[in-house]
Design a protein around this ligand. Sequence first.
Ligand SMILES: *Cc1c(COP(=O)(O)O)cnc(C)c1O
Length: 372
Amino acid sequence: MTQKQNPVNLRIPGPTPVPPDILEAVGKPMVNHRGRPFAALVERITAHLKSFFITQQEVMVLSCSGTGGLEAAVVNVLSPGDKVLGVSIGSFGNRFGTIAEIYGADVTMLPYEWGQAAQADDVRKALKAEPDIRAVLVTHNETSTGVTNALAQIAEVVREADKLILVDAVSSLGAIPFEMDAWGLDVVVTGSQKGWMVPPGLAFVAMSERGWNAFESARMPRFYFDLGKHRESLTKGQTPFTPAMSVFFGLDVALARMAEEGLESIQTRHRRMGDMTRREIKALGLELFCEDERFASDTVTAVKAPDGIDVNALRNMMEDEHNTVLAGGQAKLSGKIFRIGHLGLVDESDIRLTMDGLAQSLEKLGFTRPSA
Ligand SMILES: *Cc1c(COP(=O)(O)O)cnc(C)c1O
């Protein structure tokens, strides 16, 4: 990944930088969203998306941010009163549980200390303890803490128990290893502004055969996010309602570019970015927030705020003096961590720039490395 003239080193975990050719595509004139050229574009997009989800199922493109996709996941397979297990290792895990609760599900949370990963064994125990549970909600990559769950293992436990598994893959899919069908995932959601190099505005959702069976009897209210309508429209290369066409134009170019780089190369690059970021952060004398590095995310790194350093002052200095934008901490982590996004359009030079800026900013703010 080279070609880019992004004026700002946008190192937040979404929205991620959009390369110039994709920005140009986003600016294209409107066409008829019920016409043949747009139908051909929709078909290209869905074919590519299926190859990234690694699924035989249709991938539906909804015009909303990732959270809309999570809402779609919940309302299309569940009914009010259904028992649901919400596995949460951070802010987005909590959000998924909240959506289910608001629509009337009976949600039991399986919460972890932020910074930790979920354990498949705990999920197994929780499902044994409450045999009536119908579905498990899980975040693949928890963007708020920089931790990636062992999704394949968790899914295996959910499959054994014969429950549905609904997956927030918003900040993982298209960047790190992910296999919808092979892992037996029932509803999978991701969002355009994370690993896909396009602006915010689209969520991609796919459902397994089991998911579609559950859809038939699911009674939570749904209209805009009714996936039955989306699946039906897709047979004509359309969406039920006017889609965010500009983002579709960009996505068409982005997916062609990703296909050209290849799934494996993309994943290897993200692995490299994750490794490099963690190595450099530790070399600066800083600490990772993720407690067990085996679960450290290859798309976003959370870093503990060093003693005596004001995170906002650091982030402002990075922005003003180094043209680099970092993310702060969410919810209870506000002021306690900062986060570096390394997904989508990113290579070594972006991380280098970030680390050089951090070294200079930290020094200027009076940070002294803790002596070993
Ligand atoms: C970004 C993100 C979302 C969705 O957020 P939106 O702002 O609605 O796009 C959901 N889950 C995770 C893990 C995310 O990183």
